[in-house]
Design a protein around this ligand. Structure first.
Ligand SMILES: *[C@@H]1O[C@H](CO)[C@@H](O)[C@H](O)[C@H]1NC(C)=O
Ligand SMILES: *[C@@H]1O[C@H](CO)[C@@H](O)[C@H](O)[C@H]1NC(C)=O
Ligand SMILES: *[C@@H]1O[C@H](CO)[C@@H](O)[C@H](O)[C@H]1NC(C)=O
Ligand SMILES: *[C@@H]1O[C@H](CO)[C@@H](O)[C@H](O)[C@H]1NC(C)=O
Ligand SMILES: *[C@@H]1O[C@H](CO)[C@@H](O)[C@H](O)[C@H]1NC(C)=O
Length: 490
């Protein structure tokens, strides 16, 4: 037994040396689950590993994701949604139950490497008014106490992912940074508490939203290779809003005696659809330059040591709230099914790779029948019906399917409904206005989707479980030899 373990150790060590040589990096990203057809968690975990992601952030303690991340070598930040804050703030017992079920359980039973609990998500966002101002800090304190009680105080740290609107600068320069007056005292208390407990401060920074919200925002300043319109702050010249925003926070921290506070960027990224600035070219330009900075270990002018950066986001989510804008459903560096949207280099010329083993529904689409008349009032009614249920965000003005003519527009809506209902037989009827076709109606850049076959994936999973075999010693010996050959030790 001991011998086999030793062999395994050697094997893993050699494989490890191989991957290091190839430049596998410690990238981090957000994994959101607001999809009608989420990828199976085991496929997502493989996707993360194949693309050099060593850390992942979840917005909720999703059992499927947390189990699949068990013994994956990926560190996890698990989130607590805002609607749970009141209950967790009201009693330490509730917090203990939460930590027991959603943290301790996965660490001890599945080997999930949970390192952070993210209490709340952007709770002090201006648009929330004061909704979570009274519950966030008590919930944080109760969760911290529960983590200590569970014996996880060393291993699991608390944090609160905050929107960058918790700080501001009256001078317009990063050096003028300080916390927002209405939550100033609360922010100081929270940061002190995080510092006392070894937890980092987590901030979400969105150059895309700066550009999207302000028609006068200098576009190039949202990107990293900008040379025009720099911002001069004393001896520092800022060429991009990301650094300027981050250093506004660093100034705020320094001013209040927290100059050494560790900071994590909880979300940053660029969407690919449903806004004039949201497209594949801009997303690629922004995210590639961001990745390059992460890979090179580049910090900001005021803080040279780089923060940990969680990309937003791994995959598109077709059921995400569109309150901030339709682009909300298109933040992924991958499409909803883990296919590639645009090439990215994750270090040393290594390209990102698509998800493997994804099973799809049949190659067929639901479209407007050639015999249907567009003036039939049922057509408009049917589109409204389909789009209430399915994601039609890409049909909007300036979006990837915004240029379709009226007939194709109807087809797109019908198909989205048909796919979202898993190609259910009766879901391509629309008062006899629709037909099924096997000819792909896509017109670049507009993609007529085919959804993932959730049923097939569930079947595969239940089969996989029963046939899981233990690896006999002969195979481990063989692997050792193989590892030597691969690594070129001979
Ligand atoms: C989509 O989101 C809504 C509201 O968040 C939820 O009620 C619904 O169940 C979700 N639909 C799917 C198919 O996940
Ligand atoms: C976490 O634990 C609590 C028990 O306090 C439970 O009610 C909740 O549903 C669990 N799951 C998530 C995703 O938070
Ligand atoms: C920055 O890069 C983009 C493409 O990635 C290019 O179109 C643009 O001209 C570059 N800008 C500068 C100032 O180098
Ligand atoms: C296409 O459909 C969308 C969603 O119903 C609608 O907002 C848009 O105006 C339509 N465009 C055309 C050209 O019919
Ligand atoms: C659709 O067509 C079938 C036969 O072609 C007919 O029996 C049915 O009543 C029609 N349904 C509607 C809603 O028009």
């Amino acid at each position: 037994m001991g011998q086999i373990r030793l062999l395994w150790f050697f094997f893993l060590w050699l494989v490890g040396c191989g991957s290091l040589a190839k430049g596998v990096l410690g990238l981090a990203c957000n994994w959101g689950l607001q999809s009608t057809h989420p990828l199976p968690p085991t496929i997502v975990v493989k996707l993360l590993k194949d693309n050099g992601f060593k850390k992942v952030k979840l917005f909720e303690a999703d059992p499927g994701a947390l189990k699949a991340l068990g013994r994956s070598g990926i560190e996890v930040m698990v989130g607590i949604p805002n609607d749970m804050l009141a209950s967790l703030a009201s009693s330490v017992r509730n917090a203990e139950a939460w930590v027991q079920q959603n943290v301790s359980n996965y660490i001890s039973n599945y080997g999930t490497d949970i390192r952070h609990v993210a209490v709340a998500n952007e709770p002090f966002l201006r648009t929330y008014k004061d909704m979570f101002v009274r519950t966030t800090f008590p919930a944080l304190q109760n969760i911290q106490a529960a983590i200590i009680k569970a014996g996880l105080g060393k291993q699991v740290k608390v944090t609160i992912p905050l929107n960058a609107d918790v700080y501001q600068t009256d001078s317009g320069l990063p050096s003028g940074g300080n916390f927002r007056p209405d939550i100033y005292d609360l922010m100081i208390k929270i940061i002190k508490f995080l510092q006392d407990n070894g937890g980092p401060l987590t901030i979400n920074i969105y150059p895309f939203l700066s550009l999207q919200a302000d028609p006068n925002f200098p576009k190039e300043y949202a990107f990293f290779n900008n040379t025009a319109s720099p911002l001069v702050d004393g001896s520092i010249v800022y060429t991009n809003v990301y650094d300027a925003n981050f250093d506004t926070l660093i100034s705020a921290l320094e001013k209040n005696g927290f100059g050494q506070m560790p900071v994590i960027i909880g979300e940053v990224g660029w969407p690919t659809d449903c806004d004039p600035s949201a497209n594949v070219n801009n997303a690629r330009r922004f995210n590639q330059a961001l990745l390059n900075r992460i890979i090179q270990g580049q910090g900001s002018p005021k803080r040279r040591t780089p923060p940990e950066v969680y990309l937003f986001s791994l995959i598109d989510e077709d059921n995400k709230s569109v309150l901030p804008g339709n682009f909300e459903r298109h933040w992924g560096i991958f499409n909803y099914d883990g296919s590639i949207k645009y090439p990215l280099d994750i270090g040393n010329g290594r390209p990102i790779v698509a998800a493997k083993g994804v099973k799809y529904l049949a190659r067929q689409w639901c479209v407007l029948s050639p015999s249907a008349s567009i003036s039939d009032p049922n057509v408009a009614q049917s589109i409204i019906y389909a789009c209430q249920y399915a994601d039609c965000t890409t049909l909007g003005y300036g979006s990837s399917c915004g240029n379709l003519d009226v007939r194709n527009n109807a087809s797109y809506a019908f198909n989205m409904y048909y796919q979202t209902t898993n190609q259910r037989k009766d879901s391509c009827s629309f008062n006899n206005l629709s037909v099924i076709t096997t000819v792909d109606p896509s017109q670049a850049p507009c993609r007529f989707e085919i959804m993932i076959d959730i049923g097939k994936h569930e079947l595969a999973r239940s089969h996989g479980k029963s046939s899981a075999a233990r690896i006999p010693s002969l195979i481990s010996a063989l692997m050792l030899v193989l590892a030597f050959v691969i690594c070129g030790v001979y």
